[in-house]
Design a protein around this ligand. Structure first.
Ligand SMILES: Cc1cc2nc3c(=O)[nH]c(=O)nc-3n(C[C@H](O)[C@H](O)[C@H](O)COP(=O)(O)OP(=O)(O)OC[C@H]3O[C@@H](n4cnc5c(N)ncnc54)[C@H](O)[C@@H]3O)c2cc1C
Length: 303
């Protein structure tokens, strides 16, 4: 934000002081759910605070009650269970990056997390907060779609598990319903030899993507066995490039097929103009990121 000059505005007008709120620190998930129900629309969950607090300072969000999830140890941790990787929603970006399990079994998530913002944000920002926020500029939505993840949503009604593909329904809008908390992210263990890449163009460290593409790729007998492609920050939500995937399946991967997939990915882009560029530039960059992500994933895949 640009401030005119010192003294021209009060700090409140300048949008740096949130409205007063009551701060709650539940010690268990049932307690957090009960607080969320008790305070209804006036309540907001607080995870790392790196998206919510800026919105509160700008008064785009004005919760009367903040429910801090920071003490819920059941929302932390990364483990392998029954062919899945299960990650607690309050796991930070740095904990993803440092995880040996993810480094060896799900390196795409590590590669993606390493490109999020800067070290300060990665110390506090959580996987669950990044997903729940529903910002099309956030990187985890596309990574989750490419990894075929599912989300566990808990409320007073119990738990439901929803796929990442379809969870993001609009800018800052997800399938999370009032009273629900994202507790866990489940990722099917990628088959050995799965190629992967998160190609992200950003103007500088700490910036969101101008455009980015997440790819997982499995080859078999010289042809594409399976591929998933998802794009960041070129539409109202992260989007899956299903036509591009379809065009690649069952065929060898070469320059021509990659170029066609990039063209199909560009055809579903509808970015808005901002400081990162106009729609034409962003769409072209989405194509280029798709081309690079597919080429890198191919180089990393077992053949
Ligand atoms: C300078 C800067 C640069 C950034 N760059 C990037 C970037 O390049 N890529 C990127 O992906 N992100 C980026 N971010 C965003 C950052 O990753 C945030 O940390 C993330 O978007 C939100 O995670 P959080 O844990 O901070 O959540 P919070 O800010 O605490 O919460 C965000 C929203 O999600 C809700 N919420 C949080 N946890 C849950 C839950 N478990 N269940 C239900 N709802 C929940 C909150 O109520 C709130 O509405 C950037 C942030 C900053 C400040």
């Amino acid at each position: 934000m640009t401030l005119p000059f010192a003294g021209a505005m009060t700090t409140k007008e300048a949008g740096v002081i949130p409205r007063p709120f009551e701060y709650h620190v539940p010690r268990s998930l049932p307690e957090a759910i009960a607080l969320l129900n008790q305070h209804g629309e006036g309540a907001k969950l607080l995870a790392g605070g790196h998206s919510l607090l800026p919105m509160m300072k700008l008064r785009f969000a004005e919760p009367e009650h903040l429910i801090d999830l920071g003490k819920l140890s059941e929302l932390k941790g990364i483990r392998e269970v029954d062919g899945e990787i299960r990650i607690g929603a309050m796991t930070t970006e740095n904990e993803l990056i440092w995880s040996e399990l993810l480094q060896t079994r799900c390196p795409l998530l590590v590669e993606g997390a390493r490109q999020i913002s800067d070290p300060q944000v990665r110390y506090r920002g959580t996987l669950g907060g990044d997903i729940s926020h529903g910002d099309p500029g956030n990187d985890h939505p596309a990574l989750m779609i490419a990894l075929d993840a599912a989300f566990v949503l808990a409320s007073e009604r119990g738990e439901r598990v929803v796929p990442a593909d379809g969870f993001f329904v609009g800018t800052y809008a997800t399938l999370l319903e009032p009273g629900e908390i994202l507790t866990e992210i489940r990722i099917p263990l990628p088959a050995p030899g799965t190629g992967y890449c998160y190609a992200k163009l950003k103007r500088k460290t700490g910036d969101f993507a101008t455009a980015a593409t997440a790819v997982t790729l499995r080859m078999n007998a010289g042809a594409v066995d399976d591929v998933r492609i998802a794009l960041t920050n070129v539409a109202e939500t992260a989007i899956r490039a299903t036509d591009a995937e379809q065009a690649l399946r069952g065929k060898p991967l070469d320059e021509a097929s990659i170029a066609e997939a990039a063209r199909l990915a560009m055809s579903i882009c509808a970015p808005v103009a901002d400081l990162r560029g106009d729609p034409e530039y962003k769409t072209a960059m989405a194509g280029e990121m798709t081309r690079r992500a597919l080429a890198s994933a191919y180089a990393r895949a077992a053949h």
